[in-house]
Design a protein around this ligand. Structure first.
Ligand code: ATP
Ligand code: MG
Length: 339
């Protein structure tokens, strides 16, 4: 079989499951904007079908979906350059998701750490959707034959599963149809940690608001959260090596590096030897400088929800134009009559 070369295409998504966090910005959105400028076709999505794997109040879901769209645009995504849309508006995601639920194996799903983290001790009471989440995520990506997916480090395992699904589908049906997607996990802050607990990822769904910086937080709130962030009593080291056993210190330095587009070592050359009492105000200033223009623009965009909905509608039409032919071809490969 000759190997099909897939045209480069970038896809990624974020759940409208709460306010956007600094982790989402540094690990995902900032990378999305970089890739938009790379000349490759880019598709970015509000993955509402994923959000409802845990309970979402309908009014909140609607608000969070629009606010997430506003966040994407305010951070630099240009809907005329990138295809920006809402997952549930392109039904091919759910349809391919079902086909992939029949490809993925129970054993693969049981290894997924996100399910274990989110279901916690009460796994019997988690939704079936939360368990099957990675099969839908594989569909989100592969319905566009996406070759590159920018994500935070926490999604690496799901990207590996996406490749497993593609490989098994291709093997089972004797085709070379779905590409082997590459995760793009880059930058100094691929895993921003909770400000309260250096062993836990910062998440928009964390019950503690103090654990995260929200993109909509004002300067005073950002300042309060960073000043209260858990640290240790030592001064900052001059090299990255010195942060190895210091998760909270490493987290704040990584955030500083990512916000200023510098390498961690370059930051430490500057701030090495400083106490947190000196470093934290520097981080506050930097975070406010970078985030406040984005939150101001988000608020402005949120004044006109109809305009956001219109933008998403246009994006969805463009997304469907790519996804539907791939879905039809998939149904044909599987043996379904569609006339
Ligand atoms: P939830 O708590 O509802 O899962 P979340 O904050 O984890 O929300 P997601 O919508 O699950 O956000 O993930 C969106 C993108 O943001 C993904 O690419 C994910 O890898 C990235 N991301 C999430 N949290 C972080 C983090 N703490 N650091 C870096 N990237 C992150
Ligand atoms: Mg998450």
């Amino acid at each position: 079989m000759t190997e099909v070369v897939h045209t480069p295409r970038v896809f990624s998504g974020i759940q409208p499951s709460g306010g956007l966090t600094l982790g989402n910005y540094l690990g995902a959105i900032k990378r999305f904007v970089d890739m938009q400028e790379s000349g490759i076709e880019t598709l970015y999505c509000m993955v509402d079908l994923h959000a409802i794997t845990v309970w979402q109040d309908p009014a909140d879901l609607r608000h969070n979906t629009r606010e997430l769209a506003a966040g994407y645009i305010a951070a630099g995504l240009d809907p005329s350059k990138s295809i920006l849309f809402n997952q549930s508006q392109v039904s091919a995601h759910a349809e391919l998701g079902w086909l992939f639920s029949c490809i993925a194996r129970m054993g693969w799903m049981k290894r997924m750490t996100q399910f274990k983290d989110k279901a916690g001790k009460n796994a019997e009471n988690a939704s079936l959707g939360l368990f099957g989440y990675p099969a839908l995520m594989a569909a989100d990506i592969l319905i566009y034959h996406s070759t590159h997916v920018p994500v935070g480090e926490d999604q690496k395992q799901h990207l590996e599963l996406t490749r497993d699904v593609a490989a098994k589908f291709n093997h089972d049906f004797g085709v070379d149809f779905f590409p082997m997607t590459e995760p793009v996990i880059e930058g100094a802050a691929t895993r921003v940690m909770s400000l309260r607990d250096g062993s836990k990822k910062m998440s928009k769904s964390d019950p503690s608001d103090a654990s995260r910086i929200n993109m909509t937080d004002d300067a005073e709130t950002i300042s309060k959260k960073i000043r209260k962030a858990k640290t240790d009593p030592d001064a900052l080291p001059s090299e990255a090596e010195g942060l190895k056993e210091r998760p909270e210190a490493r987290n704040l330095v990584n955030i500083f590096a990512a916000l200023s587009d510098l390498e961690v070592d370059a930051v430490l050359r500057d701030v090495g030897g400083k106490q947190f009492s000196e470093f934290k105000p520097m981080l506050v200033d930097l975070a406010v400088e970078k985030l406040s223009p984005i939150s101001t623009e988000m608020a402005r965009l949120m004044n006109d929800p109809a305009e956001i909905d219109r933008t998403l509608g246009e994006g969805a039409a463009r997304a469907r134009a790519i996804a539907n032919p791939i879905l039809e071809k998939t149904y044909d490969i599987v043996g379904m009559i569609r006339s």
